[in-house]
Design a binder for this molecule. Sequence first.
Ligand code: SF4
Length: 139
Amino acid sequence: MFRLRGHHLLCLLGYRGMGYSQPYVENMTRIHQTLRTTPDTEVLLVAGADDLCDKFPISQTYHCDDVNIHVRDAAILAKLQLEIGQQLTWAAIQNRIQGDIVPKDVANFCSTCTWRSYGVCEEGVEEIRAGKGLRVIER
Ligand code: SF4
C-alpha cells in the first residue's frame, strides 16, 4: 500500500522520470511503476506529506506543507469525489480520473506548479481517459 495525497494522483499521470533529485526520482519511479504493473495496489489518501514527499531533498526549500498545496490536494480529491482517509486501489482511482477529470482541469488545479509548462500532466490525463494507463519509465 502507498500513502498518497490528492494532487499526487495527477502528478503520477504525467510522470516521465523527472524530479527534484535522484533519490526522489528513484522513489517516484518505484511507486509509479508498481501502480502501472499492479493496479490493484491499495492507496491510502492522506493529508499532507506522503510517500512521494518523503524523498523531497532537504537541500531544497520544502513546499509540501504550503497552504496552496493543501488547497490543491483538497480540490483534486473533491473533483474525484474522494476523501482523506479513504483506501482504494489505484485501478479505482484511475476509473475516477477517467470519469471526473479532463486535461484542462490541470490548468485550474495547478496554476502555480513549475512542472506544468511541460504539458505532460494534461497528456497523462488524456492517456488515462483513453484507457492507456500509466507510461513505462525506462530509467
Ligand atoms: S502540474 Fe504540477 S502539481 Fe499539477 S499534476 Fe502536474 S506535476 Fe502535479
